[in-house]
Design a protein around this ligand. Structure first.
Ligand SMILES: C[S@@+](CC[C@H](N)C(=O)[O-])C[C@H]1O[C@@H](n2cnc3c(N)ncnc32)[C@H](O)[C@@H]1O
Length: 243
């Protein structure tokens, strides 16, 4: 599905969110609190729009996704970003690789989201941060009703006019409605081993940004063991780099 929507993905996003995505993305980047010298994983990065601010700031960002269609559009647009093909539930990275990990509007699309949370924990360094941006539940009932009307009626109608694959946007609306609310996702994070879990509602809860940290006192760095077990995740990573 994402291979199909890739060519117009970013334009359609801007239209359907009425330009809100730019503001949401800035808040996510600020929440990451990363700077030059840090290595960042942007998981389910798609065309790399969510990775761009890190690359622009000179931060070493890996944009990982399993849709080659999305990755190719991204690589064409931003050849300077490292795009890596990988499945969120079985990441091609060694333990404790990244100073911080993030996933924007992607966790909801992963078949086994809790497995992805565990994988992000594994590849993030002890003490490292996780930031998730995902559609969520508006908190005020009237706003929730208006938003649900927009999602189920207006959004698919607009998508027919602007998108190459309107069915994908029916899926978008349905997947947002089926997705757990803010507290539920926070509980998943805690159960996956993340600590200091907090969240912030954006646009009245249409989007929530969850933040968490990897505990410092986890098992000692097991990167060497992972290399031995998998004949070297670095070699595996090289195979997946999108050129
Ligand atoms: C809505 S896009 C988000 C792209 C980008 N993060 C953004 O903010 O624009 C969701 C992405 O999740 C990716 N995705 C879904 N399941 C995945 C998985 N198991 N592993 C890696 N990527 C996945 C899709 O291929 C798609 O590119």
């Amino acid at each position: 599905m994402f291979d199909d929507v890739a060519p117009k993905y970013d334009v359609v996003n801007d239209v359907l969110s009425m330009g809100q995505t730019r503001r949401w993305r800035k808040i996510v980047v600020d929440a990451m609190e990363v700077s030059k010298g840090h290595r960042v994983l942007d998981l389910a990065a798609g065309t790399g729009t969510s990775s761009e601010p890190y690359a622009d700031a000179g931060i070493d960002v890996i944009a990982c996704d399993f849709s080659l269609g999305m990755l190719k559009v991204g690589k064409r647009r931003r050849p300077d970003i490292n795009f890596v093909a990988g499945d969120a539930t079985n990441l091609p990275f060694a333990d404790n690789t990244f100073d911080a990990s993030t996933i924007s509007f992607g966790l909801r699309n992963v078949n086994e989201p809790r497995k992805a949370l565990a994988e992000m924990l594994r590849v993030t360094k002890p003490g490292g941060r996780l930031v998730i941006a995902e559609f969520s539940q508006p908190v005020v009932p009237l706003w929730r009703t208006m938003y649900t009307e927009y999602l189920m009626r207006a959004l698919p109608a607009i998508a027919v006019k602007v998108a190459s694959n309107p069915d994908a946007y029916v899926y978008l609306a349905e997947s947002i409605r089926a997705w757990p609310d803010q507290d539920h996702l926070a509980a998943w994070l805690q159960e996956s081993g993340w600590e200091s879990v907090t969240y912030r509602n954006l646009t009245g809860g249409i989007v929530a940004v969850h933040r968490a940290s990897k505990p410092v006192d986890t098992a000692p760095d097991s990167a060497a063991a992972a290399i031995a077990a998998h004949k070297g995740p670095v070699a595996k990573l090289r195979r997946n780099i999108v050129r």
